[in-house]
Design a protein around this ligand. Structure first.
Ligand code: EPU
Length: 421
């Protein structure tokens, strides 16, 4: 297994291109299943999760070609098994997002139940409630869930909680239902808006995406399209923190600043300078970081996917910061690893109290999930001496060649292939 080694202390300066968003790409790959003809996506990030989704689509009968520019031809799915097997769902929960389009377009899907994952239990009850409201019959057996309907019928669905995947899955099923569906308490994430844009281009009739009420008028067929995927706000936020904590100056090309208000607000509160420029977002680190308090919330609140990275920044501020995680019940797995590097963090339930300023010293650390890995990279950038991060396959799920890109802006970071984990 690969490892990443960082020699900390370098100030990061220069330009970094922000690539396409993983969490936009995955549901968009699923959306291609709804079309009568091939769909092409551009600016697709080269990530293992994107490849896993391609593998799943191929198993369903799609022909998939390319990577940065990716073409998905769904015409073979009619004859395919319409099943997402355990082996794929267990490695990537977003696999459940094929359920909505398969159900909407073909009236049937069989998907392995995902079970829990490192950051929480993450049930899919809201997805299933939505399908049921649209008229689908749900059956669970042998660890799989089957959803079935002759033709879905539009309905009013009020989600019990804000769910990004649930909103996207039900939105795709409803796109081909008979009549009108109204989703209330819908997720407002930019990746939900992106999916609505893509479905709209395919011929769907969707209004209100980006607000908490989305209205979908079902249509009989949808066509393949050509679409460039929006840049990744979480990747941009991670690089922004790299600039802030190294006292650096990074211009994040194409960073989607308009989707990053909560993160930019916290960076500014901590003393970083954030400037929206024509080419992207410039972030300049301060001499001394100030403590910050934050609570993770659904968009437009502070994103849970930036919590671990922002915690590194908080450890480097002089004084006390408090971080509260409200989206996932187990998303502090990075804390023990940060403490091993020198942080002072106390966790009580979903609240982490951070006392700075930490003096990080390099060590061997273990990545536990995607964003936890990103936070260890950030800590390694400021640690004295050598930090070795193991299990970097987590990182490869969501950050394309992060070591090469950070090296270009001055980081002393390298990947070693085949190292033991
Ligand atoms: N939830 C339920 N029931 C459901 C659905 C969700 O209880 O039916 C709960 C979850 O357990 C969780 C909360 O609701 O506690 C929010 O879950 P949500 O459905 O919004 O998350 P998701 O769609 O599974 C996406 C991202 C995550 C990101 C979350 C929250 C993708 C592929 N994944 O997951 O991204 O953290 O939204 O913003 O879009 C990551 O990129 O590192 C990542 C984990």
């Amino acid at each position: 297994m690969d490892k990443i080694v960082i020699h900390g202390g370098a100030r990061l300066t220069g330009e970094l291109q922000v690539l396409g968003a993983k969490n936009a790409a995955l549901p968009l790959q699923c959306a291609a299943l709804l079309g009568d003809s091939p769909t092409t996506y551009r600016h697709v990030p080269r990530l293992s999760d994107v490849q896993t989704m391609n593998q799943l689509l191929v198993g369903l009968g799609c022909a998939v070609e390319g990577d940065r520019t990716l073409t998905i031809d769904p015409t073979g799915v009619q004859e395919g098994p319409k099943e997402a097997p355990y082996e794929l769902v267990k490695t990537m929960r977003a696999s459940v997002t094929v359920m909505g389009p398969l159900l909407g377009r073909h009236g049937f899907a069989r998907v392995s139940l995902p079970g829990g994952c490192a950051i929480g239990a993450r049930p899919i009850d809201q997805h299933l409630r939505g399908f049921e409201a649209l008229g689908a019959k749900i059956r669970m057996s042998h660890g799989y869930v089957e959803v079935k309907a002759r033709r879905l019928k539009g309905a009013r669905i009020n989600f019990d909680m804000v769910t990004v995947g649930g909103t996207q899955n039900v939105m795709m099923a409803a796109a081909m239902a008979k009549g009108t569906t109204v989703l209330e308490n819908a997720a407002r994430e930019p990746e939900v808006q992106e999916l609505a844009i893509v479905l709209g281009k395919m011929g769907a009739k969707i209004a209100g995406a980006g607000s908490s009420t989305i209205e979908i008028e079902g249509v009989d067929d949808l066509q393949g399209i050509d679409h460039a995927i929006l840049p990744d706000r979480i990747e941009a936020g991670t690089f922004a923190i790299a600039a802030a904590i190294t006292g650096g100056d990074l211009l994040l090309l194409d960073a989607p600043s308009s989707h990053m208000h909560a993160v930019i607000a916290k960076l500014e509160e901590a003393g970083a300078e954030c400037r929206v420029e024509p080419e992207g977002l410039r972030v300049i680190g301060p001499e001394e970081l100030a403590p910050i308090d934050l609570v993770t919330r659904p968009h437009p609140g502070f994103p849970t996917d930036m919590q671990a990275q922002m915690m590194v920044l908080a450890t480097l501020a002089r004084g006390q910061s408090v971080i509260t995680e409200t989206i996932f019940e187990n998303r502090f797995m990075h804390v023990p690893e940060l403490c091993r590097l020198g942080a002072d963090i106390h966790v009580n339930g979903n609240v982490a109290v951070i006392r700075g300023k930490a003096r990080y010293t390099g060590s061997i650390v273990m990545a536990t999930d995607l964003r936890a890995s990103a936070c260890l990279v950030l800590a390694g950038l400021v640690a004295e001496g050598k930090t070795e991060i193991r299990r970097v396959y987590h990182l490869d799920r969501g950050y394309e060649t992060i070591e090469k890109r950070l090296r270009k802006v001055g980081a002393k970071i390298r990947r070693y292939h085949g190292a033991p984990s």
